[in-house]
Ligand binder design. Structure first.
Ligand SMILES: Cc1cc2nc3c(=O)[nH]c(=O)nc-3n(C[C@H](O)[C@H](O)[C@H](O)COP(=O)(O)O)c2cc1C
Ligand code: SF4
Length: 627
């Protein structure tokens, strides 16, 4: 592609984003979709048109693993590398494809046709192994399917000519409860919210919201917030913060001139093993958007964003179609439901392969077109969020629950679940079980019940809430899902007795090291050292000394890291050492410290080259010198 054509592409993309440099991630992503990578000429043009320094553009592009500053091939194949993909044989399939197409993992083929690499979990654990080809998800890989893919690539068949069933993504809803089983038409929840009368206590603070100052004296917004508080709704994204309190803080935050309140739906869903937001956005998108609009109604927001992880690019067209249908039905846009001044609309922003962008302040940075580096807090997003405006960030499932609460009321909702964990929770169940998929339970369900329902047998461990969560052994299967006992963002990964829990923890440690954004030293260096220690144990150089080092590193990560990624990066190791110590002990072949680097082994190439393999050509390991 020559310079003029590239400049034309860049100009069109930039015009679509109204020359707004806060859309830098979207601009770079779309330029890449057209050019297969981001060539230097494209950066020159972006710099010239937007007046953003070249170094800054490159620094943003360099942050995201799905943005390429070097050519990556016309077919860019990424194998999902979650532990469940590995359990289903992804590594052998990757090797098969590399052999078949004569390309090394991580490299571009000599003719520039393709590249094959690994990426973190693509959110298809219930139908793995999975891969992305040019950002499109392919599920249920088998040796036969890999051969077909090799043939299609060799023949350079465009993706839209590939068999449609390759791209099938099933919902696998195995258990539905109040959230997934509630028939709801677009607009139902909003109409119910509008008609609700506020409770006394809220009327006084009623003037800050969307339409509360209207002559009609509509009280719906305050009543909506009241229902969320009565429902005791807690965020479903992991931390479980009270949704009503968050919204109230945002609603009460003062606005400076020209500012507005912002609603962000966090659909980054990067925690390995989680895929329930994928299902909500695939089959319940209206309900999620309705929840966002109800939130806008309650706090008086006029602008909303859905931050969709890049791995779910395949959902984008359908989501935009749902948004358009809602605009036509007057459920988005100006004067929603005929209420004068009720203006709210939603834009979709695609992420580009960075797990840390699920952290709300990193997500906001990314929405502003920057590297996804978590911010210092306070100030919190509720007062100083997107472009310094009051912003609420909630998980996809939280917004789906909001729509249900708007429709049925807070007291109704709070009657489900337990005292401190109202309502239901979606679990993404995968791993060693007969029926992986989505299970919706009232909070309080035991781990044992879930295992029984999903057809798990001979289970030795369950990892709840992904690598950053908790690993439970059999003795703890009567514990309950809920904020009182085991909080979770939703991942429920099952391991039977054939699995080596040391290797599970090692895979998770690799994940954290790969996803650390590198901003703060404790996490950047700590996750690297942790990975090296786990690899050392794996390679047979471990001693009790190394376990001590792991524990020290975990304390450092927990206490010194800048964000939640670093705080939890040691969890999988600490949990498995506590519960599956024999898996570590069998790797402790030495009583005393042994260096990870094996000099004698490293010299084997030299021995081969010189044709010597006698005792004089080996190191005396005990003495650390030549024998
Ligand atoms: C490293 C990291 C990744 C996160 N990823 C997500 C995510 O993918 N989705 C999500 O909703 N929350 C994620 N969170 C939590 C968010 O920061 C935030 O608490 C959440 O979106 C708030 O929504 P909620 O109150 O509805 O739970 C992540 C946090 C951290 C530290
Ligand atoms: S803890 Fe890790 S992910 Fe978080 S800011 Fe520091 S380096 Fe980045």
């Amino acid at each position: 592609m020559h310079g003029e054509a590239i400049a034309g592409i860049v100009d069109r993309v930039i015009a679509r984003y109204r020359r707004d440099s806060t859309c830098m991630v979207q601009i770079l992503r779309e330029v890449q979709e057209a050019c297969d990578w981001i060539p230097p000429e494209a950066i020159d043009r972006i710099q010239a048109v937007l007046g953003v320094a070249r170094a800054e553009i490159e620094s943003v592009a360099g942050f995201y693993s799905f943005l390429y500053l070097q050519p990556r091939g016309r077919y860019r194949i990424l194998f999902s590398d979650n532990i469940t993909d590995r359990m289903q044989g992804s590594e052998a399939l990757l090797e098969q494809l590399c052999r078949s197409l004569w390309v090394e993992p991580g490299k571009v083929s000599e003719d520039g046709l393709l590249s094959i690499d690994r990426t973190s979990c693509t959110g298809m654990c219930d139908q793995g192994p999975g891969m992305l080809v040019n950002n499109r998800a392919i599920t249920r890989l088998t040796a036969v399917r890999i051969e077909q893919i090799a043939e299609l690539v060799r023949n350079q068949r465009p993706l839209n000519e590939w068999p449609a069933e390759f791209f099938d993504v099933a919902d696998h809803i195995r258990r539905a409860d109040i959230l997934l089983d509630q028939p709801m038409q677009p607009g139902d929840a909003l109409r119910a919210a509008r008609e609700r009368v506020p409770s006394d206590g809220l009327i006084a603070s009623n003037m800050r919201s969307w339409r509360e100052g209207l002559p009609s004296g509509i009280g719906g917004p305050a009543a909506m917030l009241d229902e969320i508080k009565r429902a005791n709704l807690r965020g479903r994204g992991g931390a479980g913060f009270m949704t009503g309190l968050k919204w109230e803080a945002c609603r009460n935050a003062p606005l400076k001139a020209g500012q507005q309140r912002i609603i962000v739906c966090n659909a980054d869903e990067g925690e390995p093993g989680t895929f329930k937001d994928r299902v909500l956005l695939g089959s319940y998108a209206d309900q999620v958007f309705e929840g966002m609009t109800a939130a806008a109604y309650a706090i008086g927001a006029q602008r909303g964003f859905l931050y969709l992880r890049g791995e779910y690019r395949y959902l984008l067209d359908a989501l935009n179609a749902t948004l358009n249908a809602r605009r036509k039905a007057n459920l988005l846009g100006r004067d929603i439901l005929g209420i004068p001044g009720a203006d709210f609309d939603i834009d979709i922003h695609l992420g580009a392969g960075a797990y840390v962008c699920g952290e709300e302040s990193a997500l906001i940075e990314s929405l502003e077109g920057k590297r996804g580096t978590p911010r210092n807090r306070p100030p919190f997003p509720v007062t100083n969020g997107y472009l310094d405006q009051p912003t609420i960030v909630n998980n996809v499932e939280t917004f789906a629950a909001v729509a249900l609460i708007a429709l049925k009321g807070g007291d109704w909702y709070a009657a489900f679940g337990t005292r401190h964990s109202a309502g239901t929770k979606l679990l993404s169940v995968s791993g060693d079980c007969a029926r992986p998929g989505i299970y919706e339970y009232p909070y309080g369900v035991t781990v044992r019940q879930v295992l029984e329902d999903c057809g798990a047998s001979d289970t030795q461990a369950v990892q709840i809430s992904g690598p950053s969560g908790i690993c439970l052994s059999e003795a703890e299967f009567d514990r309950a899902i809920g904020f009182e006992d085991i909080p979770t963002a939703g991942a429920f990964t099952v391991f039977d007795r054939s699995r080596d829990m040391f290797e599970v923890a090692r895979a998770y440690v690799h994940f954290f090291q790969h996803e650390s954004c590198g901003f703060c030293t404790p996490c950047r260096v700590g996750t690297s050292l942790l990975k090296k220690l786990m690899d050392k144990l794996h390679d047979g150089h471990g001693s009790p000394y190394d376990l001590g080092e792991i524990e020290k590193l975990d304390k450092l990560l927990q206490s010194m890291s800048h964000c939640g990624l670093g705080h939890t990066a040691g969890n999988p190791v600490i949990d498995t050492i506590a519960r599956f110590r024999p898996a570590y002990e069998k790797r402790m072949v030495h009583d005393q410290f042994v260096p990870a680097f094996d000099l004698d082994r490293a010299l084997s190439t030299a021995r081969q080259m010189t044709g010597r393999d006698d005792s004089q050509a080996h190191l005396d390991v005990e003495q650390g010198r030549s024998a």
